[in-house]
Design a protein around this ligand. Sequence first.
Ligand SMILES: Cc1cc2nc3c(=O)[nH]c(=O)nc-3n(C[C@H](O)[C@H](O)[C@H](O)COP(=O)(O)OP(=O)(O)OC[C@H]3O[C@@H](n4cnc5c(N)ncnc54)[C@H](O)[C@@H]3O)c2cc1C
Ligand code: FES
Length: 340
Amino acid sequence: MGFLSKLFGKKDKPPRPSAPVAHTWHVTSVTRETPSSISFEVDATMDFKPGQFVLLRPNTELPWRAYSFSRAPGRPLRLTVKRVPDGVVSTYLTTQLKVGDALEVKGPYGQFVLPAVVQRALFIAGGSGITPFLSILQQFEAANWPVPVTLLDFNRAQPEQILRAELDALVASSGGKLELVHVLDDAGGPCSAAVLEKLLEGRPAPDLVGMCGPQPMMDLARDFTQQRYGGVTILEEKFSMSHDEGGSGASYSVEFVQGGKSQRFEVKDGEHVLAAARKQGVNLSAGCEMGACGVCRVRLLDGKIHVPDDACLSDGEKEDGYALVCVGTAKSNCRIEPAP
Ligand SMILES: Cc1cc2nc3c(=O)[nH]c(=O)nc-3n(C[C@H](O)[C@H](O)[C@H](O)COP(=O)(O)OP(=O)(O)OC[C@H]3O[C@@H](n4cnc5c(N)ncnc54)[C@H](O)[C@@H]3O)c2cc1C
Ligand code: FES
């Protein structure tokens, strides 16, 4: 087992929790980080790996959402939330959360966990996508910086830079091992292939690229790093994604079987199965809704559902007939049941 595996866990995907247990956490502090973001601490402990997240909901009226730990394990648990325009849960958390509030929490989840052996890392963060990197970098600091890291931290504007002072303190403690480049939309950014090319010019090639942020930035950064550093290991965590609401062309029938009953709904080609089920009043379990937690896993009794490679479903699970409905698209008529 390599040195980093002791810190971060093995390269294999973490074992899937068969039945996620819900915990109740109480908020012990709320700190405003920027005009649109807060951090909060809770009275609980949880065993997690740097880079992982939990699903939480502030009350049963609100949907579950995923939030990454913004601190390394072994310290008071902290999550950091940025409000997205018209966002149901992030608006609630950033405007109404207060000390003493109870939160329903499930987890930890996630495969945004460093592999056992890394020689040099490049991290690319967009907005609130900085949170899992803080957890990872604090773990590096605790281990006396075993790996050189370049972190590109993209933000719209200076007042919206999350936990900037904490990041700068990490740079100061790293003895040159952590190089941090803040990029603002109006000063060097926004993120594009040309901007990445310029920022990375003359810097040594990494063997690991970790990226976290909204989907458009991730798509761009993945294409760029794959081209520039062919064969590099890429770790991704999407904080937002474009759900294809419409779909087009062929339409398939999906039968959802549960407890001796069955319900049918139609899914268009390209449409996510979960979105189609919801529109037609069929209630399928879901958590992060971005292919990251596995809560929406179903077993295929018949038919085919395509799940993208970057979702948290292993090849073995695909071969055993499992699918994720939040990011999965039907490729034939299907029969599905909740995964055991
Ligand atoms: C694994 C994982 C970890 C995450 N960790 C964090 C974290 O540490 N901190 C954090 O602030 N967020 C994090 N997120 C994002 C978070 O889960 C929610 O998606 C986000 O807070 C928006 O939820 P909402 O209910 O407020 O918005 P919704 O009501 O779901 O969405 C409202 C609108 O905003 C768009 N939207 C949704 N999310 C985003 C986004 N991130 N950026 C831009 N537009 C968006 C939607 O498409 C929709 O149009 C994480 C997401 C994942 C999948
Ligand atoms: S809801 Fe999280 S993977 Fe589908």
